[in-house]
Design a protein around this ligand. Structure first.
Ligand code: DOR
Ligand code: ZN
Length: 342
């Protein structure tokens, strides 16, 4: 296949940051996607409807002139989020979901939830008003091996949560394990996003010839057998699985250091990366539904009507991109790609 025309896709999990960083990265997403679910882990986080509306205005102001893009806002769940916050958010139509970060799990998660059961009144309200819950599905217990944190979260927290709130619509974000795939398949009202890095790379990529900080994200890359399980899920055509890049920009100086931040930058070339992953298992015919149909169907939003085109063209990913006072190293910097978005 030399050319691929698809309904314009959306990114159902994206970090845009704020200020100069937002202005540097937003054009990449706008080029590829019509809409994106915007993660709320700013400093301080997006905790109220007012925060979300103000952040949305800053995103809209940063869209390059003449371009169309719709940010779908989320609220950051804390121990202090109230049922009233949820009702106001749902009524606004601006906020499309609520994001759960366990306190200490990842970048800017220090305001996150200290014990998931503390939020039961909020989950009850979310279930009532049908507001989706987006989960960073990892436990933070330092005694749990970092490669097991997703599986342990499912067993210890997600299964009981789903039993307490069976009608709550949940997205298990950026899944990385065969256990997550099996759980999502077996559970109603449960969907999952999948990133390009987890489809393309196993944990070996973190240590290929030396330590590779630009492959470090959370949840961390897993064994090859898990990569194959999520690739199978993404390319299966099952509507429970859809595109969410988790593109998470950090300047070079915050990645290449003695204690580097978690996050891969993929907004520049997300669709090209997904196309490569799908092509590797002869499943390009499944890419459009994964990228453009399953997400809006889950979020009960209309599918996009315009299209994008990818062609078989070899090009080299830049070594770095301009980013505030530093630079941004994209995923697989300096390597060749075989698909190019027109
Ligand atoms: O790798 C990650 N980066 N995982 C997250 O959960 C957060 C994200 C970020 O905001 O940098
Ligand atoms: Zn994320």
């Amino acid at each position: 296949m030399e050319k691929l025309t698809l309904t314009r896709p959306d990114d159902w999990h994206l970090h845009l940051r704020d200020g100069a960083a937002l202005k540097a990265v937003l054009p990449h997403t706008v080029h590829q996607f019509a809409r994106a679910v915007i993660m709320p882990n700013l400093k301080p986080p997006v905790r109220s409807l007012g925060d979300a509306m103000a952040y949305r205005d800053r995103i809209l102001a940063a869209i390059p002139p003449g371009k169309q893009f719709e940010p779908l806002m989320t609220l950051y769940l804390t121990d202090n989020t109230s049922p009233e916050d949820i009702i106001a958010a749902q009524a606004s139509q601006v906020v499309k979901a609520v994001k759960y970060y366990p306190a200490g799990a990842t970048t800017n998660s220090e305001f996150g939830v200290t014990d998931i059961r503390r939020c039961d009144r909020v989950f009850e309200t979310m279930q009532q008003v049908d507001m989706p819950l987006l989960l960073h599905g990892e436990v933070t217990d330092v005694h749990v091996d970092v490669f097991d944190r997703e599986k342990v979260f499912i067993d210890q927290q997600l299964i009981p949560l789903q039993q307490r709130f069976p009608n709550l619509r949940i997205v298990l974000e950026h899944i990385t394990t065969s256990e997550a795939v099996q759980f999502v398949l077996a559970t109603s009202n449960m969907a999952a996003t999948i990133t390009p890095q987890h489809l393309l790379f196993s944990r070996n990529s973190l240590f290929k010839g030396g330590i590779r900080p630009h492959y470090y994200c959370l949840p961390i890359l897993k064994r090859e057998q898990h990569r194959q399980a999520i690739l199978q899920a993404a390319t299966s055509g099952n509507p429970k699985f859809f595109l969410g890049t988790d593109s998470a920009p950090h300047g070079r100086n915050s990645k290449e250091t003695s204690c580097g931040c978690a996050g891969c930058y993929s907004a520049l070339h997300a669709m090209e990366l997904y196309a490569e992953a799908f092509e590797s298992v002869n499943a390009l015919d499944k890419l459009e539904a994964f990228a453009s149909f399953h997400g809006p169907d889950f979020y009960q939003l209309p599918r996009n009507t315009e299209t994008i085109t990818l062609t078989k063209t070899t090009w080299r990913i830049p070594d770095a991109l301009p980013f505030t006072e530093t630079e941004l190293v994209p995923l697989r910097a300096g390597e060749e790609m075989t698909w190019k978005m027109v």
